[in-house]
Design a protein around this ligand. Structure first.
Ligand code: NAP
Length: 521
């Protein structure tokens, strides 16, 4: 079966043999994807000419209702999507929940907050500014939706969430989308878009999907368009420096890789709630999605005196992890997405092992119900680096798999400095019962992170998790993490709007402001 591309309002099969999508457990080919022959120029023009006006004529409340209808279609087909996530991504039930329900949940969230913006079609930004004594001439700032296409390039690890978290914000802003899931796991995104298109809930031209290579897509973008990219720092750098992107000042948001850290507070002791919560979280972040989360904890920073205790506690938890075929009910961790990625993980792990010793993951390893020759498993591997200040690779190489490095720190300042060695990260978490340290950590980590989660016993059970991106919080990070920002409730709308200052007669300015939605961000 070859996955078709939905462009210019039609399903089109790409030419040639295409690229194979496979089951990472059995190695079996599931489908092929090709964009050969897709006319990207025409696809973008159709979205701009037909999709844009169709969305922009709707009010925020109407667009919010549209998001709700898309979510309904996805919820109705949930079981089918779980099966596809298992087949093409090797997801356990928990993994699939994060991806599939994370996608529909984000749509529902934006549907709910978008309703509050009512009948407006544009946003107001701040108050009125006067220029002199006579206040008849004033200025107001507004934001109007872009008139181009939101091009969404997604990573392989979240084919559903990555698709819908971006669509939710762009559609609410009134901007049509051309989405390109990563080829290796495009099966799920394809099935979802197929269902949404078949249900007839999306206006003509508002949503396009391509499964396969981006081809010459970037050559046809223009100044009206915006690119939201998720993937590796390397691809982000390549695409943001594309000549056309630079020449036309095309908006470019990047969510890239990140060596996130988690800190255990200096006051912690074995048996304290924060100690146990920390150990549980590091283990969970290593094993959920087999560690293939951009937000996963890659570096676990602990007071030097606790390094042995944390190492033992983590090793004990890892020993209970059942790695194998997610079709087997006893399995708690699935495979890496494919053989090529397994090879990348093993190569990066070998580089880290030159600086850190393996606590787990060494020796014989047999995945449950799977043939190691055909499947793409990596055992959960805890490394320990006792001299992290002198190390390099552990702060620079992202192993996109079930791998985390334990690092002792000698002072809070050193812990924050080590976290910053990631070069800018998406998220850090701090587990501490000490209020003063919690505050110091937020301020010490803030400038190099997009999100900081602070956990004590009181919120241990309420926590949404270090690695889970919640739509109300901004997602992104400085430097290596891409320097971008997505979501964050209504803050996310900014990317898809042009802000302008409007100057004129104060009565006219007041009327303009009165029919805008106020978002206060
Ligand atoms: P990747 O190789 O950089 O690919 C990401 C996307 O870019 C894919 O859709 C890929 O398409 C596309 N792409 C690659 N080369 C391109 C080109 N020349 N022109 C246009 N598109 C191009 O990353 P990945 O392996 O899929 O994902 C893993 C990485 O993503 C990890 O480093 C992870 O940390 C990061 N990630 C970050 C976030 C975040 O929110 N910050 C979330 C998830 C993942 P093909 O698949 O067709 O090559």
């Amino acid at each position: 079966m070859k996955l078709k591309n939905y462009v210019s309002g039609q399903w089109i099969e790409g030419k040639g043999a295409g690229t194979a999508l496979s089951d990472p457990v059995t190695g079996e080919e599931l489908a092929r994807a090709s964009t050969e022959g897709v006319d990207y120029r025409a696809a973008l023009e159709h979205a701009r000419r037909v999709g844009g006006p169709n969305l922009r004529k709707m009010s925020f409340a109407e667009r919010a209702a549209l998001l709700g209808r898309i979510a309904e279609v996805l919820v109705a087909n949930r079981d089918k999507y779980f099966a596809l996530a298992q087949a093409n991504s090797g997801n356990t039930k928990i993994d699939a929940t994060i991806d599939v329900d994370g996608g529909s949940g984000t749509l529902k969230y934006y549907s709910a907050i978008g309703k509050g913006l009512g009948e407006a079609r544009y946003l107001r930004d701040g108050g009125f500014d006067r220029f002199g004594k006579d206040d008849n001439f004033q200025a107001v700032h507004i934001r109007v939706p872009l008139e181009g296409v939101a091009v969404h390039i997604n990573a392989f690890n979240f084919p559903s969430w990555g698709l819908w978290e971006k669509v939710a914000v762009a559609f609410l802003a009134g901007v049509p989308v051309l989405a390109k899931p990563a080829t290796a796991t495009a099966l799920l995104a394809h099935a979802m878009v197929e269902d949404v298109v078949a249900a007839g809930v999306v206006p003509e031209g508002a949503l396009s999907l391509v499964c396969g290579s981006a081809g010459d897509l970037f050559d046809h973008l223009d100044r009206r368009d915006a690119v939201a990219f998720t993937g590796s720092a390397e691809t982000a750098a390549k695409l943001r420096s594309h000549g056309n992107v630079i020449r036309n000042s095309i908006r470019f948001n990047a969510e890239a890789d990140s060596l996130n850290s988690s800190l255990l507070g200096p006051e912690a002791r074995p048996g304290a709630p924060e100690f146990d919560l920390f150990v549980r979280e590091v283990h969970r972040e290593m094993t959920v999605k087999a560690g293939q989360k951009c937000t996963a904890i890659r570096r676990a920073l602990v007071p030097r005196a606790l390094a042995d205790a944390v190492s033992d506690a983590l090793a004990a938890r890892i020993a209970k992890t059942v790695t194998g075929n997610p079709r087997n009910e006893t399995v708690t961790m699935g495979p890496i997405v494919d053989k090529a990625q397994q090879k990348n993980v093993m190569g990066a792990l070998a580089a880290l092992k030159r600086e850190a010793k393996a606590i787990t993951g060494e020796g014989a390893f047999a995945p449950v119900d799977a043939d190691p020759a055909k499947s793409a498993f990596v055992p959960p591997t805890l490394l320990r680096c006792d001299r992290p200040a002198e190390a390099k690779a552990v702060h620079e190489i992202e192993v996109f798999g079930p791998v985390s490095t334990l690092m002792p720190y000698d002072s809070p300042e050193q812990a924050f400095a080590l976290a910053a060695r990631g070069g800018g990260s998406l998220v850090a978490s701090v587990f501490t019962a000490d209020d003063a340290f919690a505050r110091e950590a937020v301020l010490g980590l803030g400038a190099s992170h997009g999100r900081v989660m602070v956990i004590d016993d009181a919120v241990g059970k309420l926590s949404t998790g270090h690695g889970i991106v919640m739509p109300m919080c901004v997602h992104g990070g400085p430097g290596r993490a891409g320097g971008g920002e997505e979501l964050g409730g209504l803050r996310g709308l900014r990317f898809y709007h042009q802000r302008l200052a409007v100057q004129g007669n104060k009565t006219r300015m007041a009327a303009l402001a009165a029919s805008a939605a106020e978002v206060g961000v």
